[in-house]
Design a protein. Structure first.
Lengths: 373, 283
């Protein structure tokens, strides 16, 4: 059986559901969105990720129709949507505060959008029941929003925004108000619901773990620009800049001039230490400054000097025991600290190193990514 | 503790007034009989409901009650229609302005109520500011007769009581989460529809509180109708005043007051219920 991989963004013939072209949004003298171009495809679960003030919420509000771009064009299934008010768009939004109507029951909250469309009574009834079932709220239809828990409120908000079967569902920090455990459960629930309904989801979040878990593609934003758009795996393993590498997960950055040695391989001169070998498909000029980004879990830690390239001696400065993992902070002779992570695969074992121990850290030539910015 | 409060400030005075209402007028000090001087049992035996019966026989009284109810009701509606947009604009104003706007609403209370009502006499009278202004711009050739009509009473009541309407509505609207309106628009409401379906129901508590705060004192209002309304406006507060001070008939005046209180108790109980329901809904 051939399984088709879902990646419409790789298909040059696919028509995007949403398309931003050179969109700029300016509030007073603050540039919230800076010349942004982006395509989002049908059935995608697309995450906008970035620190607060990066423009992700502004993008979402433009999609919902609460803001209009200062310049550039925005289209939804091929139609320009700039200037169309929120009540005329086939786009619904789940608000960060949920914005449930406190004077209406759960049932009436979900029915609210359908009633505005003048849907026939029996159709409306079936649809609301369907939504209650989808979000496992059958028992709570008659309650008021203040009579249910935070997690249930979150599901009511989701059901309400899905009830009109929008082409596009916007989720503004949908899990921000939930505690960690509930959040993780709800992430999977969201993915299931997205798959069942086939709706395109755009989620705004500042939680990189959440974005990685739920999204088919992640856009990392900073200061109104998109720095990188890719699948979670590509973003993590192949960041295009130090900013992205640093924003997503933990990373070690070694900076120094490089010189080419053979095809796609460079030597990085790091503070007079033995040069580091790194494979790269980016090309660098002789002597150009490059940043080698290596994830902690790709760095090994040893008592004896291991075979192979990229071994540096240092001493253990700190050990963080996280249960499933341990992170070692190893200080190199020049003062830089390298984070190395090992999985604790055995329940009973003696730790091989302790504080102040001299150790060797090493990684392979392909473990890191060589970046120019 | 609240019961002790109620007992000293409401129940004891009420019992005294009710007792006077059951007495007969007399040329004496105090101007009624019997009193405690006659002894408790003799006093109780001489009390009767004669004055209440009298109130039903003379149509002046029930006309005054009806007219008061009508004036209080209409001016409450007018205060609401005028006060709601003001409260709404205040709640939508930029944050740094709100304290100033609130101050402007409260500021008139710094001057005596009586002086402010007298000021309206100066504005509304035949040679008053309003008529002179309208003459000056050429809008009228004959002076408008506003003073000593019910129009003047409505103007006076709306002017005096509008802060009591604005403040509770403003409090309700200010708490309203703006994202609720956005959510309603997002789900297909126009601005106007979102206002009707979300803003109005969610400020209902403030509207009801404001209406009672205007209606209850307006019903027993005495100063405004006597200064602005002239002899043509019949209100129960004025009747009460005349019975007490012109006729010196304390028992009939007390009977008028007791009936007024009974009329007022109904909206007060409704008001209390509304407050309670409000608290339950929020808790």
């Amino acid at each position: 059986m051939v399984e088709t991989v879902f990646e419409p963004w790789a298909d040059p013939n696919a028509d995007p559901l949403i398309s931003f072209k050179n969109v700029t949004k300016i509030f007073g003298d603050f540039v919230a969105i800076d010349d942004l171009t982006l395509d989002i495809f049908e059935r995608e679960f697309f995450a906008l990720l970035g620190p607060s003030g990066c423009g992700k919420t502004t993008m979402m509000r433009m999609l919902a129709g609460f803001e209009n771009p200062t310049s550039g064009s925005m289209s939804l299934s091929g139609h320009d949507i700039a200037g169309i008010p929120p009540n005329k768009r086939a786009v619904n939004m789940m608000f960060q505060s949920y914005a449930l109507f406190p004077h209406l029951s759960v049932w009436e909250n979900i029915a609210f959008g359908l009633r505005r469309d003048g849907v026939a009574k029996d159709v409306l009834h079936t649809r609301v029941e369907e939504m209650l079932k989808l979000t496992r709220l059958e028992k709570f239809g008659r309650r008021k929003p203040h009579q249910i828990s935070g997690g249930q409120r979150q599901r009511v908000a989701l059901a309400r925004s899905l009830a009109k079967a929008p082409k596009l569902l916007l989720l503004d920090e949908p899990l921000g108000a939930l505690d960690k455990k509930l959040r993780q459960e709800t992430q999977f629930e969201l993915m299931d619901i997205q798959e069942q309904t086939g709706t395109t989801f755009v989620i705004v979040t500042h939680d990189q773990e959440e974005a990685m878990t739920v999204a088919s593609r992640v856009a990392v934003m900073d200061e109104g620009r998109i720095i990188q758009v890719a699948t979670p795996e590509k973003i993590y393993e192949g960041p295009n800049s130090v900013y992205v590498a640093d924003f997503i997960g933990d990373v070690n950055i070694l900076t120094g001039p490089v010189k080419a040695v053979g095809a796609d391989t460079y030597l990085l001169d790091f503070d007079g230490m033995e040069p580091m070998t790194a494979a790269s498909d980016r090309t660098f000029a002789e002597g150009a400054t490059a940043h080698l980004a290596i994830r902690p879990e790709k760095i090994g830690i040893h008592v004896e000097r291991p075979e192979g390239p990229n071994s540096v001696q240092g001493k253990v400065l700190d050990i963080a025991y996280l249960g499933n993992l341990s992170t070692y902070h190893v200080q190199l002779p020049n003062g830089q600290i390298i984070k190395a992570q090992t999985a604790n695969t055995r329940r009973v074992s003696r730790r091989a190193f302790t504080w102040e121990d001299p150790v060797w850290v090493s990684w392979s030539a392909t473990a890191g990514v060589l970046l120019d910015r | 503790m609240p019961y002790l409060w109620l007992l000293t400030l409401f129940l004891i005075p009420f019992v005294i007034v009710f007792k006077i209402a059951l007495s007969d007028a007399a040329l004496a000090i105090p101007p009624y009989m019997p009193t405690m001087k006659d002894g408790l049992s003799a006093m109780l035996s001489q009390l009767d409901f004669e004055n209440f019966v009298f109130l039903t026989e003379d149509d002046l009284y029930w006309k005054a009650y009806l007219s008061s109810l009508k004036i209080a009701f209409i001016s409450t509606v007018m205060t609401l229609l005028l006060g709601y947009p003001i409260a709404y604009a205040m709640a939508r104003a930029p944050h740094e302005w709100r304290a100033t706007l609130m101050m402007l609403i409260i500021l008139p209370f710094w001057t005596s109520f009586l002086i402010r009502v007298y000021a309206w006499v100066g504005i509304l009278s035949t040679e008053g500011l309003l008529n002179r202004f309208l003459f000056w711009i050429g809008a009228i050739s004959e002076p408008l007769m506003i003073l000593n009509t019910s129009t003047a009473v409505y103007i006076g009541i709306v002017y005096t009581y509008i802060p009591f309407m604005i403040l509770p509505i403003y409090a309700a609207l200010e708490r309203l989460d703006a994202s609720l309106i956005e959510a309603a628009e997002d789900l297909g409401c126009s601005r106007v529809k979102a206002f009707w379906l979300i803003t109005i129901p969610l400020s209902k508590g403030g509207i009801i509180a404001g209406c009672f705060l205007v209606f209850i004192p307006a019903l027993g209002e005495f100063v405004i109708p006597s200064l602005l309304g002239g002899s043509g406006t019949l209100m129960i507060g004025k009747v009460l005043f005349e019975e007490f001070f012109s006729n010196r008939d304390w028992p009939v005046a007390s009977a008028v007051a007791v009936i007024l209180l009974i009329i007022l108790i109904i909206p007060i109980i409704l008001f209390q219920r509304n407050e309670q329901r409000q608290q339950e809904a929020e808790g």
